[in-house]
Every structure is written in C-alpha cells, then in structure tokens.
Design a protein around this ligand. Sequence first.
Ligand code: 4NP
Length: 164
Amino acid sequence: MKPVIKVEMVCLGNICRSPMAAAILFNKAKARNDIEIVVSSSGTSSWHTGEGAHHLSQKTWEAAGFRYHHTARQFSISSFDDVDLILAMDLTNRANILNAARTDSDRAKVKMLRSFDPTLAHIDPTSPEAEALVVPDPWGNEIETYQEVFVMVEKAVDGLITSL
Ligand code: 4NP
C-alpha cells in the first residue's frame, strides 16, 4: 500500500482558483508513483455550492492538457479530520480557515499554497511580506488573468509535489 496524502485547496467561491489548483495537482500527482495524493477543494463561502468550475478557469486548465471534474462545495470543519493539508489561496481564506480550527493539530494543517513555491517558501504568512503569497482572485476578469493565476499555481503545485 502506498502512503496516502490528502490535500484540500481552498478559496472563496470554489469555482476559480481552488478548482484550478486541484485540477493541476490531480493531473500532476501521477508523477509521484511512490505516494497516492488525494485531491479536493472547497470555498469558504457557500455562494456557488453545486456549480461547476468557472468556464475560464476550466478552459485554462484544459488548454494545458488537464482533465478534471469539479462541483463546488463549502469548506467544512470536517476537513480538519479528513485531510492532511489545507492550502489557502489568499490571506482572507487562511484567516477564515484558521478561525474554524479547533486545535493546534487543525491549525498545523493550514498553509498558503504559494508557500510551496520554492522562490516564496521563506515568507512568513503572518509577516508584512505575506501579500506575495496570495493567489489573486481572477473572478470577473478576462482569460489572461486566469492564465496568470495558472502560472503561479502551477509553480506552487510543482513545489508541493516535490515536498511531499
Ligand atoms: P474563487 O473566485 O474564490 O477563486 O472561486 C471567486 C468566485 C466567485 C466570487 C468571488 C471569488 N463571488 O463573489 O461570487
């Protein structure tokens, strides 16, 4: 049996950033055939629960050759019991997840996704430099913004896969 590592990507709406991060990780996880990486995502809001991914987010990961099916759901505190790593896209997501944490063990699972980008790994998410760890919200923007988000998320996911 391979060791199993469960990773949940979290943003606000669970239709743009975290499904894209999950799609990239899901497709790249095969590169680590010594471990099984189980991927999920959620949003701190319930606004889009039950919806598919935003079409520009999906179009962006499909253009990169990735296939991934997504249905939006709200972050639940049960994820603290169910997954090993909870990766926030921005500092508000991080704060909201940490507010829901019950124990130090819950809190230890919460990290910024971009902290796994080797060029950003030195940044403390509680410091004034933490803005550099944010995956900006592309919602309401054109596809170019989604493509920029894809580039930054892919770097972080590559770093994550190497670190596991
Ligand atoms: P996401 O983007 O958090 O990356 O899924 C958003 C999607 C929808 C909204 C905000 C952000 N919204 O306000 O509905």
